[in-house]
Design a protein around this ligand. Sequence first.
Ligand SMILES: [Mg+2]
Length: 336
Amino acid sequence: MALGEFALIERYFRAAGASRSDVPIGVGDDGAILRPPPGFDLVAVSDTLVEGVHFPQGAAPRSIGHRALAVNLSDIAAMGATPAWALLSLTLPTVDEPWLAEFSAGFGVLACEHEVALVGGDTTRGPLTLGVQVLGFVPQGEGLRRSGGRPGDLLCVSGTPGDAAAGLALLQRASARPAVPSAEVSSSTLSAPLATLQQRFEYPTPRLALGARLRTLASAGIDVSDGLYGDATKLAAASGCAVHIEPQRLPCSAALTAAVAAGVFTAAEAMAFVCAGGDDYELLFTMPPAAIPALQADIDRGDVTIIGALASGAGLWLLEQGVAQPATAAGFDHFG
Ligand SMILES: [Mg+2]
């Protein structure tokens, strides 16, 4: 590499992220030395983004830096934990300094926002790949799991799932037909909703504050990374329950509604984004009905929506007019 590994880490990553007093030794040694607070469990998560798989080729480096950290912070949020330290493994085809500066800025702004220190990592040459590990804390024994749900618990989701998948579809259309979408966007009042959807893919918001509150309210939790229905099925299976979802209760953002009204997406496409899109990094959780008052303000603001419940049995069921149908591929189309 034109720029040596040490110089690269020094220039772009030593200052990325927050500085913390619980890092006696950070970037620059053979290993970081970290000091967890007494009385807390350590929570460790890891997620890798590969160009062309997890983000489109040529994606904005600032967005890649943000997402590489955000997807990990979302897993920390789903555990009800508070993030503290991150490690970054960077595989680069070439040393492109303007790219690195933007990537580091995207990573660093989000890290500072959540007081995460970058304490180490590794750089190597190869196809563009970002591996991140985040370590965080949770009061001993209080970590949120997928397995704590019980029949009768309500199923809730934060935010508006589907937006990120719609945003990714817009980005993919733009790269396939560069001239067309920009003309559509600039000539109509649609530019704000479409920009919002794109932003939701490029700069997802990890729900850390909500996750920490859910430690004492929720019975089980997972983040929506692979799609709402798929992740609900995983939570239900881990809890030994069936999950019933009422599709008409699923929240849909104003931006996605506007995109459908303008014919950018069909209603069926929008429903597929909401149910199966993934990449939203919202929280999906269960809670006993007695916990509703503690979340009533969030529900009233639309930050949290009750979309179904756990029941005895197994699998994902869609509830229409009080009748539960197994969510087969056909059932899925039906709700489109
Ligand atoms: Mg997850």
